[in-house]
Every structure is written in structure tokens, then in C-alpha cells.
Design a protein around this ligand. Structure first.
Ligand code: F0G
Length: 459
């Protein structure tokens, strides 16, 4: 179907390849995860990354102009599985790297060294749009009519909006979302409902939803849009391309990202590995993946159980057994950062690969730290939802350890917009002071409707 791209099992003992025309969510031979691979010799990849700069200025309504407008598809030679007229885009990925000197100062970093990649500026307010445009491009290519995902909210919001737009191209798709009852912030639930998705609230958490979504993809004519679908991750690679772009194509020292289902982390490692192989970057930055304390399966797997990528010969049986152990002890994820309240990250093996490729570290931060650093991100003019702030809380921890120095160039990925979960924000600011780190609550002042009282409060 496509001469350039193929799907490939990531396990070194298997490595089976499949046509991209096959709708697959795991290797049919051994059950491990799949990658999208490319015959790079057949792709017109630019000789240097700055060749992408010119795409910012393409005028008009042509298919090329629409692709160039997208912060995903202006890098299309680096995810070459679709032709330009096959791309399903709503103008996602127009996010930029922000230099955050005020925050840098607060956590003991030098000016010009801390950057925030603010993915909340996407059409649905989270990084998920980067992946969904890629997944919808392939879904449309494969003539799929029903798409489904399990979600803590952002995936479902993104999937629903692309499904709602799919009718524009004459190939409408029905969105089916699985969300855990009471497990999803209202800002996100509102989006799925508004965009017309069939929203199935099941009595269970994200991990339970994930199992049902996979079951439906296997047994019904439904196309899975979670990150088990390897095309999703191709779109999410571009978050790293934009970080490089924002640094004039210089490689930073560290990327810091919250870890939930580990789709982002997986995509980031793949992005850098490919850029290095293509000779487009001289070195690969390090990564810190940050778990929330109530959902730190990766931390446990990496730091305690010492699970490793092992040159592709990772212990897939060990991963299954570990998840079975968690199930047997009724271990459920629990954190205020509902977006990353995930106990069985489906991309764990790819996460291990990223940690290997990017010489990574994994850390855990508490809910209190997440909220206090979320307040700091807001205080200095950015804003994000709780899960996103795990990145800054993690940076703070790594600064304290001395793992990251004041001179290191660091990019934290802010994965979702602050309006996704206003309850978390308001509750934090209402509660009064007491926390040790981050920014203190900014309590509203109850005041009489009286000028003298107001004057006293202002002065
Ligand atoms: N941050 C936000 C705002 C998210 O929505 C998610 C995941 C993550 C971080 C974690 O990213 O899974 O790639 O490690 N949200 C998914 C969802 C699970 O359903 O919206 P990850």
C-alpha cells in the first residue's frame, strides 16, 4: 500500500513487519507493541532541519498550505506515511517554546536555560491533537467509520473533535469514548459531549477502560485511537521537533515530561533516535519522565525492578507478570493529576526504549508538589492542568539532587491547558497557605461592597 512506511514489532526476537494498510494495535505474531518504520532512503528528507523554517510562511488554501500551517505536518518528511492530500488536519501543533526566566530563577536556574513547551495551545487544549491528526490521517486512508479510545479526558476530547470534522472530507466517523466514571475533569468531559462522541462512562478507572477499548477494537468493527495505535506516536514526535525549532535547532540538555500511558515519552525517544540516525542532530538530549506518587508504575519498573530495554530483548513476560501482580493486589492508580492516573501504562516497553536511547531518569512527585508547581507555572503567566505540572515539580527535584545543573538547558513539556481542570486550581487557591515549595495559594478575599473596605484591602 505504501512503499515508504511499514509497521514493525519492537521486540528484537520478533521484528515482524506489516503493511501500513493493516489496522493493528499489537504484533499479530507475538503480541508486543508496533512501531511505524520507514525506508528513509526513499524519503526526500531535508539535509538540515532549518530547511523546515520556510514552511511558516506558505500562503493560501492549497493542501500544501494547510499542511504547512500545522505544527505536525510542516515536518511531514519526518513522518512520511501519508501523501499531503491525505492529511487530516485542523491546524494542530501551532505551539511554541516559551523562555521561562522568572520560573528559572525560582528554582535556581540561570536565565535562558529553562523553556516550557506549551501544548495547551492546541485546538482542544492538549498535546493529544498532535497524535490524533496522524491517527485520523491513517484512519481515513483505511476508510474506517468508527473510532474509539479509552481516556482520562484529553485523548477523548481530541479524538471527538477530529471525528466531528471527519464529515468535512465526506468520510464521517463516529467517535466512541470510554471514560471512568468520576475519573475525568469536567473541562474534558464537556468537550467529548459537545463534539458528539458516544461517551461510555464505565464503573472503573482508565486501566479498565483501556481493556474495554481494546476488546471492542478486536471484536467489533472499531478502530483504536489510543497510543497502541503506532501512528498516534508519529504525530507526537513533532513536539520534539518544535522544541528544537524553538532553540534554533540546537539540542537541549534535558527534556522533562509527565508519564502516564507513556505515549509521549515513547514518541520522544523515537523522534530523537530517528533524527540522530538521519544525521540531523549531533547528539540526543537526556529525558526525565515524571510519575505522580499514586501512579508510579514506571518509576517502580525502572528504579526498583530494574526493567530495561535490553537492546530490544526486553522482558515482555516480566511486564505482563508485573501488571498481573498489580491486579492481584488490587493496586489502583490514585492522584489529583487525573490525566496521568494510570497504573498499567500500555507503552511501558517503548518507555524503556526511550529511557535507554535518551539516557533517561524516572522520578516521582507528590500531589502536593504537583499543585504547588502548577501554581508557580500559573503565577508566571503560563498555566496548565495538574498532570503537566509534574514536569516542573520533577525538575525541582532533579535540581535539588544536583542531577540537573543551573546551566543545563531544559525543556519541560506542559501537556494540557489550565482550563481543562479548573476545580483543581480553584481548590488549591481556596485552601490557604502551608505548602513548602512552588507558589503559595492566591486566596480570593471576601469583602463587603464598601469603598473604604476595598481601599484598605488594596493598600
Ligand atoms: N498530560 C496530560 C495532560 C495528559 O492528558 C496525559 C495523558 C499525560 C500527560 C500523559 O501522557 O500517556 O503519553 O504518558 N492522557 C491520556 C488521556 C491518558 O486519555 O487523555 P502519556
Amino acid at each position: 500500500m505504501c512503499e515508504i512506511a511499514y509497521q514493525q514489532c519492537i521486540h528484537a526476537d520478533c521484528g515482524a513487519t506489516f503493511d501500513i494498510g493493516q489496522p493493528l494495535f499489537g504484533c499479530p505474531k507475538c503480541g508486543n507493541l508496533l512501531d511505524v518504520g520507514y525506508h528513509w532512503d526513499k524519503v526526500a528528507v531535508p539535509k538540515s532541519l532549518d530547511a523546515f523554517n520556510r514552511r511558516w510562511t506558505t500562503p493560501g488554501r492549497s493542501v500544501e498550505a494547510r499542511a504547512d500551517f500545522s505544527g505536525v505536518w510542516r515536518f511531514r518528511e519526518l513522518l512520511p506515511f501519508a501523501k499531503v492530500d491525505e492529511i487530516a488536519t485542523i491546524g494542530e501543533g501551532r505551539t511554541i517554546l516559551q523562555q521561562a526566566d522568572q520560573i528559572a530563577k525560582q528554582i535556581g536556574m540561570k536565565s535562558g536555560r529553562l523553556f516550557l513547551q506549551y501544548e495547551g495551545f492546541n485546538p482542544t487544549g492538549s498535546f493529544k491533537d498532535n497524535g490524533m491528526t496522524a491517527a485520523f490521517t491513517i484512519a481515513r486512508k483505511l476508510d474506517r467509520t468508527r473510532v474509539a479510545c479509552a481516556s482520562t479526558g484529553n485523548t477523548s476530547a481530541a479524538m471527538s473533535v477530529y471525528a466531528a470534522h471527519s464529515g468535512d472530507s465526506g468520510k464521517p466517523m463516529q467517535a466512541i469514548v470510554f471514560v471512568g466514571e468520576g475519573k475525568i475533569a469536567f473541562g474534558k468531559l464537556a468537550q467529548a459531549l459537545d463534539y458528539g462522541a458516544l461517551t461510555l462512562q464505565i464503573a472503573g478507572d482508565f486501566d479498565a477502560c483501556m481493556k474495554r477499548a481494546v476488546e471492542c477494537a478486536e471484536k467489533l468493527d472499531v478502530y483504536l485511537m489510543n497510543s497502541l495505535n503506532p501512528f498516534r506516536l508519529e504525530g507526537q514526535k513533532t513536539i520534539m521537533f518544535r522544541i528544537l525549532e524553538g532553540l534554533d535547532w540546537q539540542v537541549p540538555d534535558w527534556i522533562i515530561v509527565p508519564g502516564g500511558n507513556l505515549g509521549n515519552s515513547s514518541a520522544f525517544g523515537k523522534a530523537f533516535e530517528e533524527l540522530k540516525t538521519l544525521g540531523l542532530i549531533p547528539r540526543i538530549p537526556r529525558i526525565a519522565i515524571i510519575n505522580a506518587a499514586g501512579a508510579n508504575t514506571l518509576d517502580h519498573a525502572w528504579n526498583q525492578k530494574k526493567m530495561r530495554w535490553n537492546e530490544g530483548k526486553f522482558d515482555s513476560k516480566g511486564i505482563c507478570e508485573y501488571f498481573d501482580e498489580l491486579d492481584a493486589s488490587n493496586n489502583k492508580a490514585k492522584t489529583i493529576a487525573s490525566a496521568i492516573e494510570i497504573g498499567r501504562p500500555v507503552n511501558l516497553a517503548k518507555g524503556l526504549r526511550t529511557l535507554d536511547v535518551m539516557n533517561g531518569v524516572v522520578r516521582t512527585v507528590t500531589d502536593e508538589e504537583i499543585l504547588a508547581f502548577k501554581a508557580m507555572i500559573g503565577r508566571y503567566g503560563y498555566g496548565c492542568e495538574p498532570a503537566s505540572a509534574a514536569s516542573l515539580a520533577g525538575l525541582h527535584q532533579l535540581r535539588n539532587e544536583g542531577m540537573i545543573g543551573p546551566d543545563d538547558k531544559v525543556a519541560c513539556v506542559l501537556t494540557g491547558h489550565s482550563l481543562k481542570d479548573p476545580d483543581a486550581t480553584v481548590n488549591y487557591h481556596m485552601k490557604g497557605s502551608g505548602q513548602q515549595v512552588g507558589s503559595p495559594p492566591n486566596q480570593p478575599v471576601q469583602i463587603a461592597d464598601d469603598f473604604e473596605a476595598i481601599k484598605t484591602a488594596i493598600n
